[in-house]
Design a binder for this molecule. Sequence first.
Ligand SMILES: Nc1ncnc2c1ncn2[C@@H]1O[C@H](COP(=O)(O)OP(=O)(O)OP(=O)(O)O)[C@@H](O)[C@H]1O
Length: 236
Amino acid sequence: MELLLDNIRKSFGDKQVLKGIDYTFEKGKIYGLLGRNGAGKTSLFNCLSGEIGMDSGGAFLREKEVSSPLREADIGYVFSLPILPEFLTGYEFVKFYMDINRDKIEPGKSIEDYFDIIRIEQEDRHRLIKGYSHGMKNKIQMLCFIITRPPLILLDEPLTSFDVVVALEIKKLLREMKQDHIIIFSTHILQLAADLCDELVILNNGTLQEIPADTLHSPEFEERIITLLKDEGSND
Ligand SMILES: Nc1ncnc2c1ncn2[C@@H]1O[C@H](COP(=O)(O)OP(=O)(O)OP(=O)(O)O)[C@@H](O)[C@H]1O
């Protein structure tokens, strides 16, 4: 399975943020999306998820030479600022989410199993989401895609809110899941990108640019990325 981005363009007023995004992402890999503040990473994710409309271009999933337009149901999107019904308990929300997605759930997994996966303690499961920490809310958002397992998973700076222990668990989980999914996550933490990603792409002056694979584990990794990101700044 592949995700094909075809000449995606998006402007806000006079500001052209995405200037023709062309890229092919493959199943089985974790992609790190890098870019400076305001480069358009969230805008790209929002265009893909349908949160905002693209001005032109398109996104398609291709399976065995057959392409179909990307649909909302194909995407699990974890926002950097989690959006959840705060008036429900974690348990109530997850139960509701499982009920409405009954047809997509792996047989044999209970609600408690899912909470165990993301390590939310028993006593916290029945507390209102309103009182959850940022990291716990992110975990609940992640649980949504663990439950429904959509082909495309978009993570907008997700791991920054987790403590080191949870971050390690989530990294492990993403690595386990990657064989069946296309995972793209945006981050400003270069070490995390180098550690977790199979490929890196930079959103540079409104277009996506692949970073050569040999850069990822080279001793000059950080230096080379920073040079590329600075180049972007000079294009503004
Ligand atoms: N709804 C909107 N209306 C007007 N301008 C917007 C809107 N959304 C984003 N922008 C602008 O588009 C540009 C890209 O923003 P975006 O949030 O996509 O960048 P980003 O790469 O995710 O940044 P960061 O790393 O700081 O989160 C910015 O100049 C931002 O102000």
